[in-house]
Design a protein around this ligand. Structure first.
Ligand code: FE
Ligand code: FE
Ligand code: MG
Length: 162
């Protein structure tokens, strides 16, 4: 922990760490949802959608990395056990029990829309109070907005194929 770095944060740092850990739980679940979705996927445009899902999975894992780095920087302890993921998550986990491409896209779009909310709120919470976390939330939000648009684009292509 950087003590001076922590002291300039104009927020309850322990509260902020809790929010960051909740986002960390979301990112791991999003990672797995994309990753396992890319494996079980069936239906039209399978190749194209699989590529996109794997790309997004990689992004979610990078987001998890960014969050852990910031949590440690603030003197917090990142989630140490997967058992915490389902307890702390904001966005939950949608089991891809129906592997059809349409359903998988639907589930992941819902996840992205929730993630957009999470980082929009984090930006509002840290604005003018913690520029480092604010910048991180901005970078992640930019990816999540892109993810949503990518998936909705694929969904549209799917509809137009018929
Ligand atoms: Fe993410
Ligand atoms: Fe995402
Ligand atoms: Mg993409």
């Amino acid at each position: 922990m950087g003590t001076k770095g922590r002291s300039i944060v104009g927020l309850d740092v322990d509260e902020l760490i809790k929010v960051l850990n909740k986002a960390l739980a979301d990112e791991w679940l999003a990672y797995y949802q994309y990753w396992i979705g890319s494996k079980v996927l069936v239906g039209p445009m399978k190749g194209e959608v699989t590529t996109e899902l794997i790309e997004h999975a990689t992004d979610e894992l990078r987001h998890a990395d960014m969050l852990v780095q910031r949590i440690i920087q603030l003197g917090g302890t990142p989630i140490l056990t997967p058992a915490e993921w389902m307890k702390l998550t904001n966005c939950g986990y949608d089991i891809p029990s129906d592997p059809h491409v349409k359903k998988i896209l639907e589930q992941n779009i819902k996840g992205e829309q929730c993630a957009i909310d999470v980082y929009d709120k984090l930006m509002k919470m840290t604005q003018g109070k913690d520029p480092i976390t604010y910048q991180m939330a901005f970078e992640i939000l930019r990816d999540e907005v892109e993810h949503e648009e990518d998936l909705q684009g694929l969904e549209e292509d799917l509809v137009n194929m018929k």
